[in-house]
Write a protein that binds this ligand. Structure first.
Ligand SMILES: Cc1cc2nc3c(=O)[nH]c(=O)nc-3n(C[C@H](O)[C@H](O)[C@H](O)COP(=O)(O)O)c2cc1C
Length: 187
């Protein structure tokens, strides 16, 4: 598939079923991710693959981390968080491991990781893997970062849900860029 077709056709797949990407597909996805532009070649991206029964363990880690930061979470909210990783056969956690006080800014390091995710999403579409980028409150949880082996300075860039798309793909909306284009202001 050519790049423009992938860009124009890609859609988030909220409903994903078995099987997860196989080893060769996962390698293709990760190779595409690490081809992203990367200021200073810092390689800030880290990837944790969560599949099979690990998804339950991961769901509990998310609940424990979120409760630590927000003790008033009720049981229904906890259950939703616990079950979230089971919505896809695989979840790829993407973390920006930040080099602090580096001449390359933290935001540049995070943006490189976001570019890596977009490369991964486009490649997923091109090879027939369904994908959805999710974040939400767990992505901001310092406790979850620590539980995953990182530290609070690092940033969870996304939980990328991966699997086989269910049903017919949504037709992406072809947005007109014109309303977002501005003129350079005159002083
Ligand atoms: C940084 C980022 C975080 C996102 N987090 C969520 C999320 O937590 N939940 C969700 O339903 N979608 C999430 N999305 C996916 C967007 O909702 C989705 O891209 C948008 O609806 C446009 O749909 P499309 O990807 O099919 O074009 C996220 C997208 C980005 C870029």
């Amino acid at each position: 598939m050519d790049i423009l077709t992938a860009i124009n056709e890609r859609v988030s797949c909220p409903r994903l079923q078995e099987p997860p990407p196989d080893a060769a597909q996962l390698e293709q996805l990760l190779k595409a991710a690490v081809r992203a532009p990367d200021h200073g070649l810092l390689r800030p991206w880290r990837f944790i693959t969560v599949a099979g029964e690990d998804r339950q363990r991961f769901g509990q880690m998310v609940v424990d981390a979120c409760i630590a930061g927000q003790p008033d979470l009720n049981e229904a909210q906890c259950e939703k968080l616990r079950l979230a990783p089971l919505r896809a056969p695989m979840v790829l956690v993407v973390v920006a491991e930040i080099q602090v006080e580096h001449k390359v800014s933290e935001i540049d390091q995070i943006m490189a990781c976001a570019a890596a995710v977009q490369n991964l999403l486009l490649t997923a579409h091109a090879i027939g893997v369904g994908a959805m980028w999710r974040t939400g409150a767990p992505a901001l949880s310092n406790e979850l970062k620590v539980a995953l082996g990182f530290s609070p300075k690092d940033e969870i860039v996304g939980f990328i849900y991966l699997g086989t798309p269910c049903g017919s793909p949504r037709v992406p909306s072809m947005d007109d860029p014109a309303p977002y284009v501005r003129q350079l202001p005159h002083v």
